[in-house]
Design a protein around this ligand. Structure first.
Ligand SMILES: *Cc1c(COP(=O)(O)O)cnc(C)c1O
Length: 386
């Protein structure tokens, strides 16, 4: 999880710095007031540097980041974008908002996109693929990237939970043509609400920057109303206050990930010997953000019993099994675009994904873990799994 555990004096100081130097809360202009404070711009530059990318654009949320990234692709009605059945609802919402048809691939043992399923879903209408690193474990990027290249598809990574993680030494979010991040209050680093997109190509960056700002081709050397425009757009601009908090949180990111990994490891050490506990598959070369510790058990009933026993012990689960409703496409009967693809009924859609998810249990990992947690996890789970 949790940048929110570490919100403190550093974030406060960054915000105070704005108020003590002109109080400009807008990312552009007001040069005569702002005393050279450019928090969003600085945050973008620092973030880009931290993942080794040439361009980054801050936006209002992780959902907005996906929407803006898709705007770069100039999708036409009937175009298809493939993502995975296990993701937050936002990934599919962004595809629908972009006017494309959402297609969800099955997941494999990594609980991320199954490359074989991806291959089977590609049609002449497919334009892009959004791979998600659910709960901080990298998707099979080598395979997915290869499939995208061979089929001339744009790869976008939804790294909402991948911030601070990597595969084969390459940060998550930098494998695709674009990568998106979320800084909502439950993510690895937070600005309250917020998001970021990183780009390899300057043209993509420019298109996204304009689209997220009503089409403004921002030119600091002229008054804002003289900016040129080549397309319409929308408003997904980040405020200076979010940028300020982001600057402070970014400095804490590697500490957050280090602590989460350490705590995840001690949690796992306490329970891995239990009979019938199967760890999530992790691609070789992964550096996970360890946002959650996920394992599977024999069946749905056992997963439910694990959750009940954890609650009795004063512990909890995260997303699986209790909140799969917001994270599994097979439950999204409110999305007509998705339902239509599956014959008007999702009951039997995504069978392989459903059977993996209903057997899975996900334990939240935090930074400031109480040291009694691993032993209590063992106690709670041993009651079910012995
Ligand atoms: C959190 C999340 C988002 C959306 O981010 P917000 O900042 O909450 O809009 C998108 N995709 C995934 C996988 C997420 O977990």
């Amino acid at each position: 999880m949790p940048g929110y555990e570490l919100i403190g004096a550093e974030e406060q100081a960054q915000v105070d710095d704005i108020f003590q130097h002109g109080g400009v809360l807008f990312r552009h202009s007001f040069d005569h007031l702002r005393q050279d404070r450019w928090k969003v711009r600085d945050f973008e530059q620092e973030f880009a540097k931290s993942v080794g990318m040439p361009h980054a654009l801050a936006v209002t949320s992780g959902t907005a980041a996906l929407r803006v990234a898709l705007a770069v692709l100039d999708l036409q009605p009937g175009d298809e974008v493939i993502t995975q059945s296990f993701t937050f609802v936002a990934t599919v919402e962004a595809i629908i908002e972009a006017g494309a048809i959402p297609v969800c691939a099955e997941i494999d043992g990594t609980l991320n996109m199954d490359p074989e399923s991806l291959k089977s879903l590609i049609t002449p209408k497919t334009k892009a693929v959004i791979a998600v690193h659910m709960l901080g474990t990298p998707a099979r990027l080598f395979e997915i990237d290869d499939i995208c290249r061979k089929n001339n598809l744009v790869l976008i990574e939804d790294a909402a939970w991948g911030c601070g993680g990597s595969l084969d030494g390459r940060p998550l979010g930098t494998w695709g043509q674009m990568g998106t991040y979320s800084f909502d209050f439950a993510k690895t680093m937070t600005t309250g609400e917020g998001g970021m997109i990183v780009f390899h190509n300057e043209d993509d960056y420019k298109a996204a920057a304009a689209w997220h700002d009503h089409g403004h081709e921002n030119n600091p050397s002229v008054p804002r109303w003289e900016d040129t425009r080549a397309s319409s757009g929308f408003n997904f601009r980040m405020t200076e206050m979010q940028g300020a908090v982001g600057l402070a949180q970014l400095k804490k990111l590697s500490h957050v990930v280090t602590m989460q990994r350490k705590n995840r490891d001690s949690m796992w050490s306490a329970i891995e010997i239990l009979p019938g506990i199967i760890p999530r598959e992790v691609p070789a070369g992964s550096y996970e953000t360890a946002d959650a510790l996920i394992f599977s058990v024999a069946d749905k009933a056992t997963a439910k019993k694990c959750r009940d026993s954890l609650l009795t012990e004063g512990l909890s689960t995260k997303i699986l099994p209790e909140a799969v409703t917001w994270h599994f496409a097979g439950t999204w009967t409110h999305m007509s675009e998705l339902v239509a693809r599956h014959g008007g009924d999702l009951t039997n859609a995504f069978g392989p994904s459903r059977s993996r998810l209903e057997r899975a249990v996900s334990l939240p990992v935090i930074v400031k873990m109480d040291e009694t947690v691993p032993a209590r996890l063992h106690t709670a789970l041993a009651k079910v799994l012995s």
